[in-house]
Design a protein around this ligand. Structure first.
Ligand SMILES: [Fe+2]
Length: 180
């Protein structure tokens, strides 16, 4: 069921995202991951859980825009159980993400060709990354996950591009930028 608290949280989150978009020109450029981390954490303070907001869990990974400006893009994303994205970069943008509910499994590398490191992304912690960062992310748990994402400039929708060749040492190659 939809919750009034979640609707109010969504409105607050969008207002904060607009404030951040207005301030985006003051940061240290589109690759300023620390600024994006602070921005993400500030919005995540008020952003709602997806299921509370919409009254349902979608069958596939689904997202709603918080802000979509040339120098700042933000999303609320729902990750139902079993949903994952293959290894991908972010169209050369720095970014940050924070999980509001549930958790996600990630394999990441700071740049193409670097070894992939697995880790568990936990709720309440803000993770930021630079323009060359790439990762594979999925929800292997039974509980759906909700996350807030911000990117230092507008990137292809969704805010990531699939990468050909998941193995270390493969050159980054964009396969398709379409929705997953
Ligand atoms: Fe990503």
């Amino acid at each position: 069921m939809r919750s009034a608290r979640a609707s109010s949280g969504w409105k607050c989150a969008r207002i904060r995202a607009k404030v951040l978009a207005a301030q985006a020109g003051e940061r240290g450029g589109p690759a300023d991951a620390r600024w994006l981390a602070r921005a993400t954490a500030w919005v995540a303070e008020v952003a709602p859980d997806w299921e509370e907001l919409t009254g349902r869990v979608p069958p596939a990974r689904t997202w709603m825009p918080l802000v979509d400006e040339p120098d700042l893009q933000g999303w609320l994303i729902c990750w139902p159980s079993g949903q994952a994205r293959a290894l991908h970069g972010h169209d050369g943008a720095a970014g940050a993400l924070q999980i509001l509910r549930g958790g996600l499994d990630e394999r990441w590398a700071p740049r193409p060709g670097a070894p992939l490191t697995p880790r568990r992304l936990q709720s309440g912690i803000c993770y930021c990354f630079g323009p060359e960062f790439l990762h594979a992310v999925g929800n292997s748990q039974t509980e759906p996950a909700t996350s807030v994402h911000f990117y230092g400039r507008a990137v292809a929708v969704p805010p990531a591009m699939e990468v050909a060749g998941a193995g270390a040492g493969d050159a980054m190659a964009v396969v398709h930028p379409q929705l997953v």
